[in-house]
Design a protein around this ligand. Sequence first.
Ligand SMILES: [Zn+2]
Ligand SMILES: [Zn+2]
Length: 269
Amino acid sequence: MYLCDNHTHTKFSFDGSDAPEALCEAAIRNGVKEISITDHYDIDGITEGIYTPYRAEEAKAAILAAREKYADRLQVNYGIELGQANHMPAESAAFIKEHGFDYVLGSIHNLRGVPDFCYMKYEDMSDRLIELLIERSLDEILEIARLDYITTLAHITYPHRYATLAKRDVDLMRFTDRFRAIFRAMIERGISLEINTSTLRTAGITMPTYPVFRLYRECGGELVSFGSDSHKSEYIGYRIDEAQKVLADMGFPYQTVIREGKPYPLPLK
Ligand SMILES: [Zn+2]
Ligand SMILES: [Zn+2]
C-alpha cells in the first residue's frame, strides 16, 4: 500500500509544533511514502492583522531542505492550506504565484465576518442554525471550487466536525444539492477531494463522511486525496490505510497526489 499524507502542519502553522524534518522522520517511521506540508495561510485573518503572520520564506527554505535530505526515502511536496481564498481571490492568486507551491489545499475555517467554526458553541444552537452554518460553509466551498489555483478541497464539512463533537446529529445527505454543485465545479477543474482522517480520533468520523464520498463517486468524481491534518508529527499518516481501503471498496480507481501543481494517480491498494 502506497501511503500518502497530503495534509500536515509544522511549527510554521500558528497551531503546529514540529519542524519539517521531524515530520519527515515521523512519516518514514509510520510507513508513509509521500507527504505534503500544508501550513496555514488564512488570508483574511492574516491580512487584517488578527492572525499570526506566516513566515513564508523561512518555511519554504526548511521544507525544501527537508525534501533534499530525505529524497531517497520520502517524497516531500511543498504545499499550503489556503483558508478563505474566496474572501480575497485576487490576493490569494498573487500569494500562490509568488511562492510557487506544488500543492494548494483550499479550505473554509470561517464564514465572511464570522469567527472560526471551532469557537462556536453547538450545544446551545437550534437544529436550524447548525444546518444554516453548514449550508453557508458549503456555499463558500463552492466559491473556492471555482478558483483555478486550488488543487484540492480540504475538510469540506468542517463545521460538521464540531457539531458531531457536541453530540449534535446532522444528516449530511440533506445537503446533497450543494454537494453536487461543488463536485461539478471540482470535476470541471480537476480539483481533488480530500478525505481528512483527523476527526476519526476525536469524533469517529472522516471529513467529509463516507456517504458523501459515495455521492461524489456517483457524480463521476475520481480524484481523492488523503490527509491526516496532523499538527503533531506522531499523527502523520493517521488511519489513512483504513480510509484508502474504504474508498477502494467504493470504486475509486486510484488516489491522487499533487506534484508541482499537477495531479498524479497512484494505486489505492
Ligand atoms: Zn483546516
Ligand atoms: Zn489543516
